[in-house]
Write a protein that binds this ligand. Structure first.
Ligand code: KIV
Length: 284
């Protein structure tokens, strides 16, 4: 069954949890589709996991469209959300709407996500007003990494916690159908989840959220530069890949690969003719 905005609101009402994973390519998307993941986020975290940047600030609209379209080609029932990258929506409501429209048209995704609460409520209103579903993102918002002075838990002090609560209401009032809560204390995230009518999707925000999201390379042990505390490793796919790359390297070098079964044959008579042809060329 196709995952939809209405379906997610129903899941929240029934207390059913929503699963979301990041994804940036066709093949991985087909696997998540087969696994029954509810939502895929084509996150601007591709700046780290795919492109090797230190943060997400250099990610462009073209990057998001390129990867978003690939993921959409690999999905049928999974709901695909694509991130608006840094400076594609902060600059004006017009830019936000134009760029959200581009993501929808040029990737085929189902919704867009943007970071911020009170400060970008007009952008969210304009996008949702145009019929484009929006996922908000508050708490630790990686596009503001320089303002935060690093990847740090947000909302620990009274003022900071109240600001996150205000952001949550602002995002909901502006028409977003879900909101990501990143790196906020579990008690605050649970309280916000109870108060909002839209689903909260947590990442480092505890078990009280209506859903969870993880970066797939983190949960599969493929991205090994660093692992935040909130990541649970479900497999060591990175270790399996290194072992496989090593076996390949040694089999190529020792001649074990490729064996006959991995090759193609030519008819002996045809090959004989090729050899005769070569002989005649060389004797000219
Ligand atoms: O870009 C991303 O992957 C995200 C998640 C961390 C929520 O925004």
């Amino acid at each position: 069954m196709k995952n939809t905005v209405a379906g997610f609101l129903e899941m929240k009402a029934k207390g059913e949890k929503i699963s979301m994973l990041t994804c940036y390519d066709y093949s991985t998307a087909t696997l998540m589709e087969e696994a029954g993941t509810n939502m895929i986020l084509v996150g601007d975290s591709l700046g780290n996991t795919i492109l090797g940047y230190r943060d997400t600030l250099a990610v462009t609209m073209e990057d998001m469209i390129h990867h978003g379209a690939a993921v959409c080609r690999g999905t049928k029932n999974t709901f695909v959300v694509v991130d608006l990258p840094f400076m594609s929506y902060q600059t004006s409501v017009y830019d936000a709407l134009t760029n959200a429209g581009r993501l929808m048209k040029e990737t085929g995704c189902n919704a867009v996500k943007l970071e911020g609460g009170v400060k970008i409520k007009e952008q969210i209103s304009a996008i949702t007003g145009a019929g484009i579903p929006v996922v908000g993102h508050i708490g630790m918002t990686p596009q503001s990494i320089n303002a935060f002075g690093g990847f740090k838990v947000q909302g620990k002090s009274e003022d900071a916690a109240k600001r996150i609560l205000d952001d949550a209401y602002a995002v909901q009032d502006a028409g977003a159908f879900a909101v990501v809560l990143e790196c906020v204390p579990a008690q605050l995230a649970a309280f916000i989840s109870e108060k909002l009518t839209i689903p909260t999707i947590g990442i480092g925000a505890g078990e009280g959220c209506d859903g969870q999201v993880l970066v797939w390379q983190d949960m599969m042990g493929v991205f090994r530069d660093f692992a935040p505390k909130f990541v649970k490793r479900y497999a060591d796919a990175g270790g399996m890949m290194i072992d496989a790359f090593k076996s390949y390297d040694s089999e190529v070098k020792s001649g074990v690969f490729p064996s006959k079964e991995h090759g193609y044959n030519i008819n002996d008579e045809v090959m004989k003719k090729v050899i005769e042809y070569d002989n005649s060329r060389n004797s000219k």
